[in-house]
Design a protein around this ligand. Structure first.
Ligand SMILES: *Cc1c(COP(=O)(O)O)cnc(C)c1O
Length: 394
């Protein structure tokens, strides 16, 4: 058993290592065959037409908004209960951000909470699947379509999640209700490439634009050339053109080889996460002053996080003290998330503040994420169960 269990951790085995070593011995370290193979496998795994691999989940969000043409004068709505990047992507393209409150059960934004902060300039929704729980995409997509906004699903937590809609199961990343879905492959997420991310879409034009923005806005496709302004100029095999400003957000072959190998294990890992969650739920459901996470019906959740809601006041213990007691027992915990609208930048820029998203704020005061990753042994899971019970029922 490990001495210390963090809230999340990657699982790397010999296959992964061999896959990376093979690339290191090959001709391509970056933008070679592994990138395309990873993109193909990812698209197939989720059921999307196109996948574009990028250097992080943050890059995926940034590129998505660039490709969708969101910018100055536009407004983007996202969840307050998320990692900073879900909001920052809008700031990075010059758009304004507003934050919708979350549902107390799923901790996701809803069509209702989004409608409540709608304004004329809203052009995009960044819908975050908190902990892996899919948002209510049918209602959110319906709202967005009626009001002329695009839907970006920030599925950094939800690779492997799915939901039932229209009589069949749809995977996150492969359903028609989001225009674009983004993933992160940071080591705490469901699969890892070290750092990395991806954009999935069924829209060929959006995918093409994502590829451009990933690579400096530069094209080598003759069909797209505009020329350099001099009539009769030779357009040779070296020719490349930049028609928009992009970035270097490429993912390397080294990373994609790891991603290909990791993706093969996704199904087993999602089942293992569900198994650990079931054990935790059974162990903690009866504890006083504690609420276990709930799952919306008709969904499969990849469970990026296991978040307990604890009434620390009634417990007469601060969250810091609980975290310290658990740390001493080798159990790492974390807080997901500080509501983004309370961050100094967003308070200063927009005048947002406490009271804006009461459900997200109340959740923030109570939440504590426990260790949850597929490589945890049964003994480690039981150790967490015992430690949490001991600390919370003293
Ligand atoms: C991790 C995460 C991101 C950012 O992904 P990186 O790969 O770390 O850039 C974006 N949104 C959410 C909800 C995340 O959890």
């Amino acid at each position: 058993m490990s001495d210390f269990l963090p809230y999340g951790r990657q699982a790397i085995d010999d296959d992964d290592i061999a896959a990376v070593v093979d690339v290191l011995r090959s001709d391509w370290l970056t933008t070679g065959p592994k990138v395309e193979e990873f993109e193909r496998n990812l698209a197939e795994c989720c059921g999307a037409r196109h996948a574009v691999a990028v250097s992080s989940g943050t890059a995926a969000l940034h590129v998505s908004l660039l490709a969708a043409g969101i910018g100055f004068g536009d407004r983007v709505l996202t969840s307050s209960l998320t990692f900073l990047a879900s909001a920052n992507c809008a700031e990075l393209v010059g758009a304004a951000v507003d934050f919708a409150d979350v549902d107390p059960g799923t901790h996701n934004v809803t069509a209702q909470s989004l409608a409540a902060c709608w304004s004329d300039t809203v052009r995009a929704i960044v819908a975050v699947d908190f902990a892996g729980q899919p948002c209510d995409m049918p209602r959110i997509a319906d709202l967005a379509r009626r009001r002329g906004a695009i839907v970006v699903e920030d599925a950094a937590h939800a690779l492997g999640s799915a939901f039932e809609y229209d009589g069949r199961w749809h995977r996150v990343g492969g359903h028609p209700l989001a225009d674009i879905t983004t993933f992160s492959f940071h080591p705490v997420k469901t699969i890892t490439t070290g750092e990395g991310g991806a954009i999935l879409t069924d829209d060929a034009e959006l995918a093409r634009r994502c590829r451009l923005y990933r690579n400096h806005g530069m094209t080598r496709d003759r069909a797209e050339f505009e020329g350099l302004g001099r009539p009769g100029e030779e357009i040779g095999p070296w020719h490349y053109e930049m028609q928009n400003v992009g970035l270097n957000y490429r993912l390397s072959d080294i990373q994609c080889a790891l991603g290909i190998s990791q993706l093969r294990k996704l199904e087993g890992w999602v089942s293992r996460r569900q198994g650990i969650v079931d054990r935790y739920n059974a162990a903690f459901r009866g504890l006083p002053r504690v609420a276990t996470p709930c799952r919306a019906s008709g969904t499969r959740c990849a469970w990026h996080l296991y978040v307990l809601e604890i009434d620390f006041e009634a417990l007469c213990m601060s969250r810091t003290a609980v975290m310290e007691e658990l740390r001493q027992r080798g159990v790492g915990t974390q807080v997901h998330y500080i509501p983004v609208h309370l961050q100094p930048y967003y308070r200063r820029k927009y005048g947002y503040g406490p009271g804006k998203c009461p459900t997200a704020e109340a959740f923030y005061r109570r939440c504590l994420s426990l260790p949850l990753f597929p490589a945890m042994s049964d003994a480690e899971v039981e150790h967490v169960v015992d430690a949490v019970r001991e600390v919370l029922t003293r």
